[in-house]
Design a protein. Structure first.
Length: 173
């Protein structure tokens, strides 16, 4: 009896210490079905192109088991422009069951540009965040850990998926 009680306490403690990060994640009910995610090739002025390309590299080099690749025939598109909404970025996903069939990300220059003190970092932060939606991550997770998906992150300095985000993506693939 005493042994069962001690084992129960140890198991509960282990779950509380090591399991809380994953369980605090906010997951979408859908994600891209493959760890290789094609994106249609895009071309912009260097002020936008360079940070957008860096955003793909930020995910690809994060150790999250996903790779975003540019290709000319992908149904997944990225558009940077002036949009008539208040969002910095939006990911519109076409979903079948729990799988993303295609997505369209819009990066809103009319909201990003006036709010950025570091334009390159701000673009990266928004784009990395929107790409996170393609790999199951939902907005504003309940966690004290840093997260690229958090609304309260500093977009002028946080440009990469954080350990919290990486671990949650890894748990889905």
């Amino acid at each position: 009896m005493k042994r069962k009680f001690l084992m129960s306490i140890m198991l509960f403690s282990a779950i509380a210490m090591f399991g809380s990060t994953i369980y605090a994640a906010t997951f979408l009910t859908y994600g891209y079905p493959s760890t290789t995610i094609p994106i249609r090739t895009y071309n912009y002025a260097s002020a936008w192109q360079t940070p957008m390309d860096a955003s793909l590299a930020n995910w690809n080099n994060a150790g999250a088991k996903v790779q975003f690749t540019k290709t000319s025939n992908s149904p997944n598109t990225i558009t940077a422009g002036n949009f008539n909404n208040t969002a910095y970025g939006v990911n519109y996903a076409s979903v079948s069951g729990s799988q993303v069939v295609s997505f369209r990300i819009e990066l809103n220059a009319s909201t990003i540009t006036p709010d950025a003190t570091n334009l390159s970092n701000f673009i990266q932060s928004v784009f990395v965040h929107e790409l996170g939606h393609s790999v199951w991550l939902g907005d504003n997770p309940t966690t004290s850990s840093p997260s690229i998906m958090s609304y309260s992150r500093n977009r002028n300095s946080m440009t990469q998926p954080q350990t919290f985000d990486i671990n949650n993506v890894r748990s889905k693939y």
